[in-house]
Each structure stands twice: as structure tokens, then as C-alpha cells.
Design a protein around this ligand. Sequence first.
Ligand code: SAM
Length: 264
Amino acid sequence: MGLVREKIKTLAKAAGIYSHIKTRKDRTYRRLRDSNLAVHAGIRWIMDIPYRQIRDLSLEIQEAKILEEIQNQMEKEHEKDADYRPGASSPLNLKALYLLCRTLKPETVVETGVASGASSFLILSALERNKKGALHSIDLPPEQWKGTDYACLDQVSLPKGKKPGWLVPPELYSRWNLISGDSRKELPKLLEQIGALDLFYHDAEHTYEAMRREFHTVWPSIRSGGVLVSDDVTWNPAFAEFVQEKKREGCAKRWFGFGMIRKK
Ligand SMILES: C[S@@+](CC[C@H](N)C(=O)[O-])C[C@H]1O[C@@H](n2cnc3c(N)ncnc32)[C@H](O)[C@@H]1O
């Protein structure tokens, strides 16, 4: 510990306020980690919107109880099948996706990596609230997982008898185009069909090559003001390098393993 900090600690102890300071500091860390402050700050910064709007939208997610529903459904399946590994985006990242969709009001969203469909569920719920937009999701069929780089890096499975995206309720299907295939082939094909997009979410193969390829493939098709988002950006330098390369074309924000870059 630094000399100055040690001195402050000694003085605080002598004044009888050390435990108070320590508790406040612990509480602040806990709040930063658990209470979504990082998410709120990140979305506010990237979307340049007032705090009030973020707070209201946060309440909207709480009231809709989508995160709880996802958790309950996954737990239920886990009780039946102990080998089930959802590999879903974290609740904080799911919340960020919802907030991004509600504030950006995208016409077109593309995601790679569906698995049980937690991120698809949140994105589609936000589009439904916006009353506009469509989500195109690309997911590798489970029978093709074995032997890929992805299978070595991550541990994801579906509950027995369930298909990719099983978490998504049928009432949200009308805005959803679920494509079964490898993003290497399917992503360029899809971009040719849709022309442009407002939001891209990468949560598929987290190798350096695959992440770099997907970022560079979608970036030219992202509309001005649109956002490229990636989960697990700390797994390799692909996102950091991409941001460095594109820093003149967009502004970026990162927290924990979640990265966003918004095109000017
Ligand atoms: C981490 S999971 C996705 C979790 C999901 N985003 C969620 O929040 O529930 C990763 C998914 O990426 C898919 N995937 C891996 N490599 C892929 C590829 N080359 N093309 C398309 N999907 C791929 C796998 O099939 C798997 O379902």
C-alpha cells in the first residue's frame, strides 16, 4: 500500500471513521459490479442520452421480468439435464442489448451466436416494444459444433430435445429470421440480401480470426449512427485492434467483456 494511503488509513482509524470509509468503499465496488451502473454509464455514453431515459427503460425490463423468465427456464432445464450449459450472455450484457435496441430503435439487427436464445429474446422484446425492426440471427447447427475452434474454446450445449433459440416465445417469431449455418458463409450472404443494418451483435466463435472476420465483414454495412457490439472481447485482441483501426470512424466503449463501437 502507498505511503499516503497508509497515512490516511492511520488518521482515519485515529479519528474513528475508518470502518465507515471502508464500508462505503466496499459498497461502491459492489454497486459498480452488481447494480448495473457500468451498463447505464456505457449506454448513456455511447447513445448520448439523459440518465432519466436509461432509468425508465431499466424499470421497463424489471417490470417485464424477462431476465427472471430466462433464468427460471434455464434452471428448470438444468434440473432435468445436469450437463446443460446455456453459455448465455450475462444478465448485464442482456440488459445492455435491450437498452441499446430501445434507444437506437433499429430497423435491422443482426446477431451471430444464438444457442438457447437469451440474447435473441431480449433483442426481440425490445423491437416489439419499439413496434418496429427485425432480427436476423445466425447460428451453427449443434451437430456441427464438434471439432470446431469454437468447441475447444467455449462450453455451450442445448437441453436435450431443444432447438437453438428455444427460449424465444412464439409471439416474438414474426420479427425473427433464424438462419442455421456457419457465419463464414451466412453472414456475407445475409448482408447482400439486407443491404444495411443498425446493430450487430457478435456472440459466436470467439477466436481471433472469427471475431476479426465478422467485425470487418459487417462494418461497411452498418448505417451511420449504428452500433457494433461484441461479447467476450477480452478473449483475444480482435476487438481492441478493430477499435484502434476504426477510431476515426466511430466512438467505442467497453466494460468487463462487453464492447461497443458506434459509427459516426
Ligand atoms: C455463447 S453461445 C451464444 C449465446 C447467445 N448469444 C445467448 O445470449 O444466449 C455461442 C453460439 O455461437 C454459435 N456459433 C459458433 N460458431 C459459429 C459460427 N461459425 N457461425 C455461427 N454460429 C456459430 C454456436 O452454435 C453457439 O450457439
